[in-house]
Write a protein of this length. Structure first.
Length: 257
C-alpha cells in the first residue's frame, strides 16, 4: 500500500530537506543511501526506507540505478517544504500569517451554488460570524504566491464540516481569516475558503465575504489584489459586528464576487 502524505513524519521530512539541499528542487540528483544515512545520523537501510516513504507519498520521484538512485522533489514535496518554512518564519520572525498576491479572474459560478446550500450556509453564519455574499472572489495567484500558498497549513483555520442530504455527500472545507486589499483600499472580514473537494488548482484562491468584494473594492478582472491571511480569531462574531456586518440578513443579489 502506498504511503500517504499524512504518514510522513519528521524523519522523512529531514530526508526530504537533505535531498532538496543537494539541489533536488531544481533537477534530479544522484543520492547514495550510505551518504544520506551519514547526513541523517542513520543507517543506509533507514535512509532507504525514508526515501521509499517519501516516494510513496508522492513527495519525491526516484529512479533507482545500480550504484544509487536519482531523486527529484515533486511539486507536492516542494509545497510540504514551504509549509515547514512558514512554520519557522512564524517561530523566528513573529509572522502571524502569510500574504498572497494575484489577479482577479472570473470563476465558473460554482461558489454561488455551494455557499447557499443549507448545510454550509448555517455553518458560515455560526462560525465566521457573518452571512456570506453568495459568490466567491476568484484570485489567480502570482508564481511566488503559488509556492507560498502551502503556508496555509501553518495557519489556524476555521473548519467547515462535511454533510449529506438524501442525494449526495458534500465535503468539508477550511476557512482562513483574511483581509483583501487593492491600492489604498481594504476589506475585512473575509475568508479564503479551501474545500477538500475542489476543481481549482493550487494557483487559485477563493475568497468569501459578507459583501460583494468586486463592488466594495471596485474590482475588475485583471486587477491585482493582496490577500493577507491570519490565524483565526476566537472572536470572529465580535469582529464582524464591529465592522458593521449584519450576521442574519439575506443577500440582496447573488453571483460571482
Amino acid at each position: 500500500m502506498a504511503a500517504s502524505a499524512s504518514t510522513v513524519g519528521h524523519d522523512e521530512l529531514a530526508a526530504l530537506k537533505a535531498v532538496a539541499l543537494r539541489g533536488a528542487l531544481r533537477e534530479p540528483v544522484k543520492v547514495s543511501c550510505a551518504a544520506l544515512g551519514d547526513r541523517l545520523d542513520a543507517s543506509s537501510q533507514t535512509a532507504s526506507r525514508r526515501l521509499q516513504r517519501l516516494d510513496g507519498a508522492d513527495l519525491i520521484d526516484r529512479d533507482v540505478v545500480s550504484d544509487g538512485q536519482w531523486v527529484s522533489v515533486t511539486d507536492a514535496g516542494e509545497r510540504r517544504l514551504h509549509a515547514e518554512y512558514a512554520d519557522y518564519r512564524r517561530l523566528f520572525e513573529g509572522d502571524d500569517g502569510l500574504t498572497l498576491t494575484g489577479t482577479v479572474t472570473s470563476g465558473m459560478g460554482e461558489g454561488r451554488h455551494y455557499i447557499q446550500l443549507d448545510g454550509y450556509h448555517a455553518q458560515f453564519v455560526d462560525r465566521l460570524g457573518y452571512e456570506p455574499f453568495p459568490g466567491t472572489l476568484n484570485v489567480e495567484l502570482s508564481e511566488g504566491s503559488v509556492r507560498a500558498r502551502a503556508g496555509l497549513d501553518a495557519v489556524d483555520g476555521i473548519p467547515i464540516d462535511g454533510w449529506e442530504d438524501d442525494e449526495r455527500t458534500f465535503g468539508p472545507a477550511t476557512c482562513y481569516a483574511a483581509t483583501v486589499s487593492v491600492d489604498d483600499a481594504e476589506f475585512e472580514p473575509t475568508h479564503v475558503i479551501v474545500p477538500e473537494r475542489t476543481h481549482h488548482d493550487e494557483d487559485k484562491a477563493e475568497v468569501i465575504a459578507p459583501a460583494k468584494l468586486r463592488d466594495e473594492l471596485g474590482l475588475d478582472d485583471g486587477d491585482e489584489v493582496t490577500v493577507h491571511v491570519e490565524d483565526a480569531a476566537a472572536d470572529t462574531v465580535e469582529a464582524a459586528e464591529a465592522a458593521g456586518v449584519p450576521t442574519e440578513s439575506a443577500a440582496a443579489d447573488a453571483g460571482e464576487q
